[in-house]
Design a protein around this ligand. Structure first.
Ligand code: GDP
Ligand code: GDP
Length: 437
């Protein structure tokens, strides 16, 4: 079920982010309309030959105060830890540099498959002689590309896909619900896991993850069977050096990718921060079922209005995921952790909900009668037909006469009608618009 992760690495200015944007280009149009979460994007789905993988631009990951050399090493290490295959980008015009060799050596030692992209080969035709210099990196086959124009990216993607394992794609649904607990450092993620594990006297399942060796924790209780993904790092905490925090971005990203439900944890004593919405943005964009868990509720001084006030504020802060239920918990005392399990089950089922085409089109007829579709210069939007094409998350395709007339606000209106009628609580939904003459 989890998509393989592919990471783009290389020294600054070789064209990583240009390549990244080119490769996830088409996909963006569908999910772009989410304010606040798509800026400085570092990951996105890449579709190629009926396969989908998650592409990560390590160049976009912030690393704090490192000098450039350390910075590059850290990025490469992130890629090695999280990715199933690595695209190393070098710059034809700059030639082979010592930094390139350094990265290449580090990647080779890891044993991970590496595909070498020689970028800025803008002219089609006879490959320039300088290209062959890059064989000296010892990474085997070269893939000349132009990230700006897109030349050569097809062969590159073919090579990448040969290294990926897509076996999972058509897997039967697992009975077990995979859950990622994500959030900023110190919000209480490991405390919650420890509480749950203590309570349930659980089995620690050492499962080889699809992307790397992650340790998952299985919990069976009266609510069902759950697997908390990537909890190894959580439980080890304390012994692990400080520097490890910088890895948390990619760690949580990988954990989100491997899960069906994301529990986005906020610290009640701190309140909302920008970083919280970034973390939540991963889950939203990946179409995961989401719950916002406000932890350390025991430590908050409160009266009978505090919860309502906080809830309202959070709904505003997380307006891009207004579908996510908000729960106030304490990992310390265990308050409402039972309820959290109920919610996890519930949002997971909503994420897999199927609505029949008949019901959707009845809804469409009612909705368009109540609020007229937008028009421009005498042409009015017509929505001919709507059908659900997939689940996790529920994805609907609308066939319309003119795409440009189907404004965001009207899409929102239709989405809200769908939600009002069918629930879909705790899950993002996607709307794909297709024109039909
Ligand atoms: P990054 O630091 O590795 O992410 O590199 P960027 O993607 O920011 O690109 C660095 C510079 O190289 C930018 O000015 C890009 O426009 C340029 N660039 C990237 N790819 C190509 C390419 O295929 N051909 C040419 N001519 N320039 C490119
Ligand atoms: P993580 O970095 O998100 O895994 O956070 P930790 O689980 O390590 O918790 C960070 C700190 O918050 C620790 O000192 C915990 O004891 C404390 N903490 C975690 N959950 C709670 C809670 O529900 N209530 C209170 N009062 N403290 C908590």
């Amino acid at each position: 079920m989890a998509k393989p992760i592919v990471a783009v690495v290389g020294r600054p200015n070789v064209g990583k982010s240009t390549l990244f944007n080119k490769l996830i280009g088409q996909r963006l149009a569908i999910v772009e309309d989410t304010p606040g979460v798509t800026r400085d994007r570092i990951f996105g789905d890449c579709e190629w030959q009926n396969h989908t993988f998650l592409l990560v631009d390590t160049g976009g990951i912030e690393m704090g105060e490192d000098d450039i050399q350390t910075h590059i090493r850290h990025q490469a290490q992130l890629a090695i830890d999280a990715a199933e295959c690595i695209i190393m980008v070098v710059d034809l015009r700059a030639g082979v540099t010592a930094q390139d060799q350094d990265i290449a050596n580090q990647l080779m030692r890891s044993g991970k498959p590496v595909v070498l992209a020689v970028n800025k080969v803008d002219r089609i035709g006879e490959p320039p002689m300088e290209l062959y210099d890059f064989y000296s990196l010892g990474l085997g086959e070269l893939y000349p590309i132009s990230s700006v124009h897109g030349h050569g990216t097809g062969d590159l993607l073919d090579a990448v896909c040969e290294h990926l394992n897509f076996e999972d794609e058509n897997d039967q649904e697992d009975e077990r619900i995979t859950v990622a607990v994500i959030g900023r450092p110190n919000v209480g993620k490991s405390s919650l896991i420890n509480y749950i594990l203590g309570e349930n006297r659980m089995i620690v399942a050492n499962e080889a993850g699809t992307t790397r060796d992650a340790i998952d924790s299985q919990v069976d209780n009266k609510y069902g069977s759950f697997v908390f993904t990537d909890t190894a790092g959580l439980r080890k905490r304390g012994k692990v050096e400080e520097g490890v925090e910088r890895y948390s971005v990619l760690r949580s990203l990988a954990a989100v990718e491997r899960s069906r439900v994301c529990v986005i944890m906020i610290d009640a004593t701190v309140g909302f921060t920008e970083q919280d919405s970034k973390v939540a943005g991963y889950a939203h964009e990946q179409g995961k079922a989401c719950i916002i868990a406000v932890n350390k509720w025991d430590a908050v001084e409160k009266d009978d209005k505090t919860m309502d006030v906080q809830r309202k504020k959070l709904m505003n802060d997380f307006s891009f995921m207004s579908y996510a239920p908000i729960i106030f918990i304490s990992a310390k005392t265990g308050q409402r952790v039972d309820r959290l399990f109920e919610l996890i089950k519930y949002v997971d089922s909503q994420n897999a909900l199927r609505v029949t085409t008949g019901m959707l089109n009845e809804l469409l007829a009612r909705a368009t009668a109540r609020v007229q579709p937008p028009s421009d210069k005498g042409r009015r939007l017509k929505i001919y037909y709507m059908t659900q094409i997939s689940t996790r998350p529920p994805t609907f395709v609308c066939f319309v006469n003119r795409k440009d007339l189907f404004h965001f606000s009207y899409q929102r209106y239709i989405e809200n009608q769908i939600r009002e009628t069918f629930g879909l609580e705790g899950t993002p939904v996607r709307m794909v618009v297709r024109e039909r003459g």
